[in-house]
Design a binder for this molecule. Structure first.
Ligand SMILES: [Zn+2]
Length: 279
């Protein structure tokens, strides 16, 4: 059985922490480097349900995409909801490791997994990482469709292929417009509009889009916008990361048991369509 420090070294090779954005907080949140690791749980959010799931599973390590403490803290008291997560983990000898923007920009990364879930052919990053001479790392991905389809068909496919959430998938633009090229970005994507426009794609699949950026983008050009739940756009990365870790485990003879959480941790829990609203 590998020690946590050995598994973390392998994770750091997949998603080097120095490639995270300056504002980010990635790496190991808690865990004993000398502890042995057999079961690993992958999830998007380090919330209490996931900590409880890891206890139930008998996992020694949780790998999440989102940080537990993005802006630091002065307390891990169990009376606070994040402190309770820390207590649950430490009491049960479970480590927590975060790969956030370093997993976004990795090759393959979060947006490759999103593209893969929809069978899109990745052409290049939307915003390439200047430090990668191969031009494969970076934020978002520009993709081609093997067969052109309408924006409505594309959005429907996103709804079918991504895990189910209360939000489902929203669309802005002409559902009958033809889509040949798309930009995809797992997680909040509305800071990427300039790059998406510059790429000249037919549609943009992302999450957390807001009224004004969407209104302006659709007024300005025929760009189709497909907005899925934040959690759903990043969840495919858990499966990708699990496959990567399985492969490392096989190569190293570690015999790790790698699990992907199917718990929906998107915070939006219900949705009510307005009577008479367009569908
Ligand atoms: Zn995210």
């Amino acid at each position: 059985m590998p020690r946590l420090s050995e598994v973390i070294a392998a994770l750091d090779a997949l998603w080097p922490p120095e490639r995270a954005e300056q504002w980010d907080a990635v790496g190991t949140v808690c865990g004993d480097p000398d502890a042995e690791v057999l079961r690993v749980l992958l999830a998007v959010d380090p919330v209490q349900e996931i900590a409880d799931e890891a206890v139930e599973l008998g996992a020694q390590l949780i790998i999440t995409h989102h940080p537990l403490y993005l802006r630091g803290t002065t307390t891990v008291a169990a009376g606070h909801f994040k402190g309770r997560v820390v207590h649950t983990l430490i009491k049960n000898d479970i480590a927590l490791h975060v790969a956030h923007t370093n997993a976004d920009s990795a090759d393959p990364g979060v947006s490759d997994a999103l593209a893969g879930a929809l069978d899109l052919r990745v052409v290049r990053p939307l915003i390439p990482d200047a430090s990668d001479p191969a031009g494969r790392r970076g934020l978002g991905r520009i993709c081609e469709l093997d067969h052109p389809e309408t924006l409505g068909e594309f959005a429907r496919r996103a709804a079918e292929r991504l895990p189910a959430t209360a939000q489902g998938v929203r669309l802005a633009g002409d559902p009958d417009a033809l889509v040949r090229t798309v930009a995809v970005s797992g997680g909040s994507g509305d800071s990427l509009f300039d790059a998406v426009r510059a790429a000249g794609v037919d549609a943009f699949l992302t999450a957390d889009l807001r009224h004004h950026p969407v209104s302006e983008a659709t007024q300005r050009s025929p760009l189709g916008l497909v907005d899925a739940a934040h959690w759903a756009t990043e969840w495919p990365w858990c499966e990708l990361a699990a496959a990567q870790l399985d492969e490392i485990s096989d190569r190293q003879g570690w015999n790790l048991r790698v699990h992907v959480s199917r718990t929906v941790t998107d915070p939006w829990s219900s949705r009510f369509s307005s009577p008479g609203a367009p569908n």
